[in-house]
Design a protein around this ligand. Structure first.
Ligand code: HEM
Length: 146
């Protein structure tokens, strides 16, 4: 059995992978002009990010922080890049959500929302970068096990 913090990070990686997949599904729904399914998928992606933040709070309380002073410098840099991606996801995702049109039904023709669209793409590309860097970080943490 790997140490508890690696069990947590494996769970977090699965959660982020699911979030990324759901967000891309939401983008596909918008390409298909299905605003109802787009809204449902993006809300689910948002709730999954919220679930991670709650789980991360519990991890900090129960297991504490990682010992970054024992990490090789490139891993710490990768972690900072990953954290930056995730900060962009939370900020641009929240603003995209706030700017989304309200009260539409699935059958309605989606109105044009260029700023929402740009922020949505920012969040989507950032969550994909966040998942790619999380994959490399998790691999690095497992490789560092004796
Ligand atoms: C929750 C309610 C939401 C509604 C009702 C909604 C609605 C829409 C609409 C009407 C468009 C088309 C805009 C246009 O073509 O000019 C759009 C595009 C888009 N939205 Fe949303 N949206 C929502 C949430 C989100 C969230 C939270 C994100 C990402 C964080 C997001 C990401 C995107 C992306 C990436 C596009 C562009 C899709 C493409 O280029 O094919 N949306 N949305």
């Amino acid at each position: 059995m790997p140490p508890s913090h690696l069990v947590f990070w494996t769970f977090a990686w699965l959660l982020l992978g699911t979030t990324t997949a759901v967000a891309w599904l939401g983008q596909r729904e918008m390409s298909a002009r299905d605003v109802g399914d787009h809204r449902r998928a993006m809300r689910l992606a948002g709730w999954l990010v919220g679930l991670f933040l709650v789980a991360y709070g519990a991890k900090l309380a129960l297991l504490g922080r990682e010992h970054l002073d024992t990490w090789p410098a490139p891993m710490v840099t990768l972690l900072r890049v990953h954290e930056s991606f995730m900060a962009v996801v939370v900020a641009s995702g929240l603003v995209a959500w706030r700017m989304a049109p309200r009260g539409l039904r699935s059958a309605d023709e989606p109105p044009s929302r260029p700023r929402h669209r740009r922020l949505g793409w920012t969040a989507l590309l950032a969550v994909s970068g966040g998942f790619a860097t999380a994959t490399a970080l998790l691999a690095g943490m497992f490789l560092a096990l004796d």
